[in-house]
Design a protein around this ligand. Sequence first.
Ligand code: NAD
Length: 297
Amino acid sequence: MTDIGIIGLGNMGGPMAANLSRAGYHVRGFDLSASACVAAAEQGVEIVEAASDACNGAEVVLTMLPSGEHVLDLYRNGGLLEAASPGTLFVDTSTIEVGESRVARDLAVKAGHRALDAPVSGGVVGATAGTLTFMVGGEAADFESVEPILNVMGKRAVHCGASGAGQATKICNNLILGISMIGVSEAFVLGEALGVSHEALFNVASTATGQCWALNTNCPVPGPVPTSPANSDFDPGFATALMVKDLGLSQRAADGAGVATALGKHAHELYVHYYEQGGADRDFSGIINAVRESIEK
Ligand code: NAD
């Protein structure tokens, strides 16, 4: 069975490592946080002393880190690429800039390795349940070789194209999500002003042309979908801080590509506003409160 190294055992990386260990893989993990290491060790992960130690004997090395800066710093200065055997497959599952993911790939390839970008959708719930969706960029043969491992941590892995295409797909998906949640929120707030109940609007729109994940699964008003974060004071779910990060990445990518994403730009500004008003750690569907405020003004 393949030996796997994993660096970053936080909210996402911890449960991903646990699922791999449970599936019988020998997993060596490292995190700067002692509590993250303790939690992973309890799930069968062998905790090592340094990030580079996680690469010893590993055929696949996963990283699940906060940002591109963290990933590139580790690739450049963490001794990972030097410690790994030639041809090791480096799979970065963090959400980072498209350009940064290509730099990471170049560093790995220059050191004699292989590399994929493989960001995820599905959040902590998906990481824990092993139902993530992986969006993968890089060589098709490398994707095929790592697919069985991705299938332990997720329910779906899609090869999106060349290096960087996984990150590009992720930020495009979250651009849709961020905008659609604001659209759904505006519809509920307008419905309230026009005397339409949440239930009536949900019953129609969730089966008509207004249906989307933001409405059908993550409904921003309490009641129609009992499991949506709106029923628990917007306990995430998908925190606004992460939506701000992802829309920031999509806006930087849009600027770089010379593509005008007018709604994406405005959505980013609205989530930043909600973040600054105390919504950072609330589910992003709490944006309905900011929408309500702006409409009341
Ligand atoms: P997190 O902050 O919980 O975990 C990141 C971990 O990386 C932390 O435990 C931190 O100590 C560790 N770390 C940082 N630098 C390190 C280093 N040099 N060496 C070893 N460990 C280091 O974050 P998370 O929620 O697990 O998110 C990780 C990535 O997944 C991010 O890029 C995020 O955008 C993405 N993501 C998160 C979610 C989510 O719902 N949380 C969903 C999809 C994608």
